[in-house]
Design a protein around this ligand. Structure first.
Ligand code: CP
Ligand code: NVA
Length: 333
């Protein structure tokens, strides 16, 4: 399989075979790392990391993975460059494309990362936009595969805001890979009709199903994976909190939800999570709305069913695979 020169902007652009290939390469790179084998095949290459929103996992994954592959990296933070303020995306892309071998972009609209890719002349990797979070998908799929030994037929239920990057991306990934995707949430937060229709097309090929339901008991019964994300995403205005809390509290992941799914079910969350409201924003929102927990209870988050830290670790191995594959595989990989 040759993915050299490709961008990684959304899984919609990749066939199921290409996605499986990236997962296999991730597993191979993970095994090499665990065995202490060096993989510095990309010495002399450099990558740029543009972050217009904050990050812990994605930034660290790109930096560690680049270092492991022998590459240099430059981090451009949300305030420290000219991007989008004094300089257009097209000009930025053409400048960075002259200096770097690949560019990661985390920011707002998907159109921005598409524009960057159009002009860069080197692979562009989407590190999260409002619409999609494709590198997160590979980490999630690798984690599910490691746990269950397969992806085909897995029942994944997403609870929360299913119209945003995580809900959209999970629906795309599941429908491409023959998994059963359920968005279990208030109908205001169902993914948009156009994307649902597109995913139904993928599902016809793969044997996947897509279900949208407001019924928690029905929706989560016998699920293999219960997945949630923050109720308010980065870049959304503060005013939305009140309505989100009101609409989404019935869709919090509780012990009851996990019991309804069954003992074998696992809990996943892309993180960061509001599970104990001990963080700055968590405390503030907890006090303002009289809450002690948000999208997932601390009990579930800390339970044996929760695989969130395996999932977080897998961000690094999968991002390494995306960079290696799109920069072109050397001898030995
Ligand atoms: N899951 C994820 O993308 O985490 P960060 O925002 O910390 O990168
Ligand atoms: N929906 C979240 C995902 C964070 C990884 C956000 O966009 O903030």
């Amino acid at each position: 399989m040759n993915l050299k020169g490709r961008n990684f902007l959304t899984l919609k652009d990749f066939t199921p075979e290409e996605i499986i290939y990236l997962l296999e390469l991730s597993a191979e790179l993970k095994a090499k790392k665990k065995a202490g084998e060096l993989t510095e095949y990309y010495k002399g290459k450099n990558i740029a990391l543009i972050f217009e929103k904050t990050s812990t996992r994605t930034r660290c994954s790109f930096e560690v993975a680049a270092h492991d592959l022998g590459m240099g990296s430059t981090y451009l933070d949300p305030t420290g460059s000219q991007i989008g303020k004094k300089e257009s995306i097209a000009d930025t892309a053409r400048v960075l494309g002259r200096m770097y071998d690949g560019i990661e972009y985390r920011g707002f609209g998907q159109d921005i990362v598409e524009e960057l890719a159009k002009y860069a002349g080197v692979p562009v990797w989407n590190g999260l936009t409002n619409e999609y979070h494709p590198t997160q998908m590979l980490a999630d799929m690798l984690t599910i595969h490691e746990h269950f030994g397969h992806l085909q037929g897995i029942r994944l239920v997403y609870m929360g805001d299913a119209r945003y990057n995580m809900g959209n991306s999970l629906m795309v990934a599941c429908s491409k890979l023959g998994m059963h995707f359920t968005a279990c949430t208030n109908s205001k937060y169902f993914p948009n009709d156009e994307l649902v229709a597109q995913c139904h097309e993928y599902a016809k090929e793969s044997g996947a199903t897509i279900t949208l339901t407001e019924d928690v008991e029905e929706g989560t019964r016998n699920a293999d994976v219960i997945y949630t994300d923050v109720w308010v995403s980065m870049g959304e205005p503060d005013e939305v909190w009140e309505e989100r809390i009101k609409d989404l509290t019935p869709y919090r992941v509780t012990k009851h939800v996990m019991e309804n799914a069954g003992e074998k079910a696992i809990f996943l969350h892309c993180l960061p999570a509001f599970h104990d409201l001990k963080t700055k924003i968590g405390k503030e929102m907890g006090q303002r709305f009289g809450l002690t927990e948000m999208e997932v209870t601390d009990e579930v988050f800390e339970s044996a069913q929760s695989k969130v830290f395996d999932e977080a670790e897998n961000r690094m191995h999968t991002i390494k695979a995306v960079m290696a594959a799109t920069l072109g595989l050397p001898e030995g990989l």
